[in-house]
Design a protein around this ligand. Structure first.
Ligand code: AMP
Ligand code: ZN
Length: 300
């Protein structure tokens, strides 16, 4: 490791020490008031850019196992999924179970999983309402998310907050939605004083078939990310993503447009912790030293 990289890592570590506290599990941190203040500023900063007519939804950190299954998640990312398990039965069964050293063997999977992304519950919610109007539908979704990542670094958490704007409708306006959010997001990063670039990307699909799916996703330009150097200049961190799902969710949930066609969908996702860390990494941990324009944008 060269000296510059070492210094950079020291810098990141001192930031992490100031705003995050490890609480006994990798990729899980307690967040300080200062960190939360920045997340709140970012929340408002993102809300202010909400398009007219957008319906707002906040979701809990858990969702229906059936819904995640119907969304095709088990084919794509089974390695990232967390399922809620509980002890079942009467008082004596549960008492006996917890007294055994291997009490976790008594856990039963419930009907819930930990939400892996904020937009998943939107599609079944909309499907239950009937056809999608010709002009399409816009949503603002937020939830705490969980992913059982293979490694945990400071910007790769098990639990993190995701904010998303989602569009459901005909293919052309869906793609237009994504295009305008890519340029809006770049402007947002500039306003926040974050060095960034937008690049084509692919999801970490599971297994050998998954590698082919990733290549095809890249070839078809289905995913872009806004990257900010956080841990390293050469491997910048994805702080936002811009995803075109084509008819994947439309088919899974029989989402139909008024013209009778299967709806297409797209989402733009903001990783709240990563954006906050990017701000601390770029501007330091003393808010008073941040550029005035950035503080104003975030109401800090
Ligand atoms: P994705 O669905 O993978 O595109 O994720 C949406 C956004 O959530 C990304 O652009 C990141 O900013 C954020 N994100 C994804 N995975 C993690 C993670 N393990 N830790 C923190 N943020 C994450
Ligand atoms: Zn999404």
């Amino acid at each position: 490791m060269n000296l510059v990289a070492e210094n950079h890592n020291d810098h990141i570590e001192s930031i992490v020490r100031a705003v995050l506290k490890p609480v006994g599990s990798p990729g899980i941190y307690a967040q300080t008031g200062l960190f939360e203040q920045v997340i709140e500023g970012l929340t408002v900063f993102i809300s202010r850019r909400r398009e007219p007519g957008t319906e707002v939804w906040k979701f809990p950190p858990v969702m229906s196992r059936d819904q995640i299954q119907n969304s095709g998640y088990l084919q794509s990312f089974p390695h990232l999924l967390g399922c809620v398990s509980c002890l079942d039965g009467g008082e004596s069964d549960i008492r006996a179970a917890v007294e055994r050293p291997d009490w976790i063997g008594g856990l039963e999977a419930t009907e819930l999983v930990l939400s892996p992304a904020a937009c998943y519950p939107i599609y079944p919610l909309v499907a239950a309402r009937g056809d999608i109007p010709t002009k399409g539908l816009l949503f603002d979704a937020a939830s705490y998310c969980f992913r059982r990542e293979a490694t945990y670094e400071i910007d790769r958490l098990q639990a993190f907050r995701m904010r998303e704007y989602v569009y459901i409708g005909m293919p052309e306006p869906v793609l237009n939605f994504r295009t305008r959010w890519i340029s809006r997001a770049a402007e947002m990063a500039t306003q926040l004083g974050l060095p960034h670039r937008i690049a084509p990307a692919s999801d970490p699909f599971f297994g050998r078939a998954g590698r082919i799916a990733s290549i095809s996703q890249l070839e078809q330009s289905l995913k872009f990310e806004l990257l900010v150097p956080l841990q390293s200049e050469t491997e910048p961190t994805a702080c936002m993503s811009f995803n075109y799902h084509r008819d994947h969710f439309g088919t899974a949930w029989a989402l139909r447009t008024a013209a009778g066609e299967t709806a297409h969908t797209a989402c733009v996702a903001f990783g709240m912790e990563r954006l906050a860390l990017a701000l601390f990494a770029t501007h330091g941990v003393e808010l008073k030293n941040w550029p005035a324009a950035v503080r104003k944008s975030l109401l800090l």
